[in-house]
Design a protein around this ligand. Structure first.
Ligand SMILES: [Zn+2]
Length: 131
C-alpha cells in the first residue's frame, strides 16, 4: 500500500498545520506528484479521504497536480522527457529510464517526488459564510 503511506504522511503534516493554526479550517490541499513516483491518483485520493473522516481536517479536498518526469542521459547528454513504454494492455503509458536518444540507461532529474504545493484554508469565523 504505497499510496496509503503517502496519504498518511500528508495527513500528518496537515494535522501539524491545523494544530498550529487553530483558527484556520483547511479546505483544500494541493499536492504535486511526480510521474516516477508510481502513485495512482485515485488510490491516493481514496486513502486520503478514508484517513481524514475522523479527524479535525475532515472534509478537506485533495487536489493532485501531476508533474512530468524528466531524465538526463550520461551517455549522449540527452535531457528532457523520458521514453514511454506503451506495451501495457491497460492504463496510461509508463515512463521508463531508457534514453529516448541512444537507448542506454538515463537518470531521473525530475518527477520522482511528491510534495505539498499549497494549503488552502478559511478563517474559522468565516467558515459559515462560505457555505
Ligand atoms: Zn542517451
Amino acid at each position: 500500500m504505497h499510496e496509503f503511506s503517502i496519504a498518511s504522511g500528508l495527513v500528518e503534516k496537515l494535522l501539524d498545520f491545523a494544530e498550529k493554526n487553530p483558527d484556520k479550517k483547511i479546505v483544500e490541499i494541493r499536492v504535486a506528484i511526480g510521474e516516477f513516483t508510481q502513485i495512482e491518483e485515485e488510490q491516493l485520493s481514496f486513502c486520503y479521504e478514508s484517513i481524514i473522516t475522523e479527524m479535525p481536517i475532515a472534509g478537506s479536498r485533495l487536489t493532485i497536480e501531476p508533474i512530468l518526469g524528466q531524465v538526463a542521459c550520461p551517455h549522449c547528454s540527452y535531457s528532457g522527457l523520458p521514453k514511454y513504454w506503451e506495451g501495457a494492455l491497460s492504463g496510461p503509458p509508463v515512463a521508463t529510464l531508457e534514453c529516448p536518444a541512444c537507448g542506454k540507461a538515463a537518470g531521473i532529474i525530475a518527477g520522482e517526488d511528491c510534495s505539498i504545493k499549497s494549503i488552502r484554508y478559511v478563517q474559522r469565523e468565516n467558515a459559515s459564510v462560505d457555505r
